[in-house]
Design a protein around this ligand. Structure first.
Ligand code: GLP
Length: 367
């Protein structure tokens, strides 16, 4: 059949200026060539890019594609629930074998507290003169309750233990209800038998603070260094009172608290009551010197901090991220605190592997 062509189109074609049907602004000859090139590139590289993206997602999520088999065991939902099943003590060779930073996703905050207390009690049995680094805040209260209960039941003896608190407000007397000495007395020391002379706090009153902070470090050294450092974490990532931008090598010193930390802690002070803005704190370097670190985070308000501490870059702007530099850290997170973690499946399977190897006795040190 004879096809009649629009004369204007014929003229355009003759002059090489025909419009491209799929790109109205383009000219036919070169535009068609361009379109064909783009189409070919999309067909060739599109599926490739899609495959790379899917693979990266699987790596990040720790998930596997449907139908693929793996030797990774599914985490037992109740694998962590038996008393004593969860942890490894300072004397336990499991520590640090499966990974430097171990993540334990607990069923709730109470389980986290029990597992952390079990770790400390197991370490105490193995080393009666255990040296503990201790935090304040709402997070460790459950752990302290377990330690007091163990002592009351005659299952733990703290008579040779040394404790070093992480931090203390400057110029707040020990009898002030917001002082950390008051807190520790109320939540732990009144219920266990740590001798008073073995309880240590960084200097928080008087003069010569630089020298006395250095002496605090020397006292830690003199008793053999901290075996277990228990930690909570502020929403801005502070550990102790190491606020953002603290040197990762810092030692015990005076720090100025950030507005955010002051706001977070304002709830403990009465309306109009003066809130300390200075504190002495172990440094990040002091914390990293401990042989073993146990970090706890409970509740949704810690979810961003948890994600940044564990999966973010190491940065003095987020002090808890420095824990990634330590070879033996175990983190206990309840479901709300763990909400934003990207590799939850991986952490669960890692934990299941560790518990299996431990149950099989394959991680015990040969004597
Ligand atoms: C204070 C303490 C920190 C503690 C933090 C978190 O700032 N200096 O050592 O980790 O509070 O408190 P909470 O456990 O109440 O969230």
């Amino acid at each position: 059949m004879l096809r009649v062509m629009d004369p204007s189109r014929l003229r355009a074609r003759a002059s090489g200026r025909e419009r491209c049907p799929c790109c109205p602004d383009g000219l036919a000859e070169d535009a068609r060539a361009r379109c064909a090139g783009l189409l070919t590139a999309a067909l060739l590289f599109g599926p490739l890019l899609l495959m790379i993206w899917l693979q990266r997602r699987r790596d990040v999520d720790g998930t596997r594609g449907p139908g693929r088999r793996s030797s990774v065991p599914a985490a037992e939902p109740n694998a962590l629930s038996g008393r004593g099943s969860g942890g490894c003590s300072a004397a336990d060779p499991v520590a640090g074998i499966t990974s430097g930073v171990k993540i334990v996703l607990t069923g709730d905050g109470a389980e986290a507290a029990r597992l952390v207390a079990d770790e400390i009690l197991a370490a105490l049995r193995a080393k009666p003169n255990l040296v503990l680094g201790l935090p304040t805040g709402s997070t460790p209260i459950g752990v302290y309750e377990h330690l007091r209960a163990a002592y009351a039941a005659g299952e733990a003896d703290f008579s040779r233990v040394h404790t070093f608190n992480l931090d203390e407000y400057l110029d707040l007397p020990a009898e002030h209800p917001q002082s950390y000495r008051f807190f520790m007395q109320e939540h732990l020391f009144s219920g266990v038998n740590v001798p008073a002379e073995n309880i240590h706090f960084p200097p928080s009153e008087g003069d010569d603070l630089v020298r006395r902070c250095a002496e605090y470090e020397e006292t830690i050294e003199r008793v053999g260094g901290i075996d277990i450092m228990l930690l909570g974490m502020g929403r801005n990532g502070h550990i102790g009172f190491n606020e953002p931008t603290s040197s990762l090598a810092s030692r015990t010193r005076v720090k100025t608290l950030t507005r955010r930390t002051l706001d977070d802690n304002a709830r403990f002070y009465a309306e109009g009551e003066e809130q300390p803005v200075l504190a002495t704190t172990m440094g990040i370097g002091t914390i990293l010197d401990a042989r073993k670190i146990l970090l706890q985070a409970i509740g949704a308000k810690k979810a961003r901090a948890v994600q940044a501490a564990v999966e973010g870059p190491v940065s003095s702007f987020f002090p808890a991220s420095a824990l990634q530099l330590h070879p033996d850290v175990t983190c206990y997170f309840d479901p709300e605190a763990a909400e934003l973690l990207r590799m939850k499946d991986y952490y669960r399977s890692t934990r299941a592997h560790e518990l299996r190897l431990k149950a099989e006795g394959r991680l015990a040190a040969r004597s």
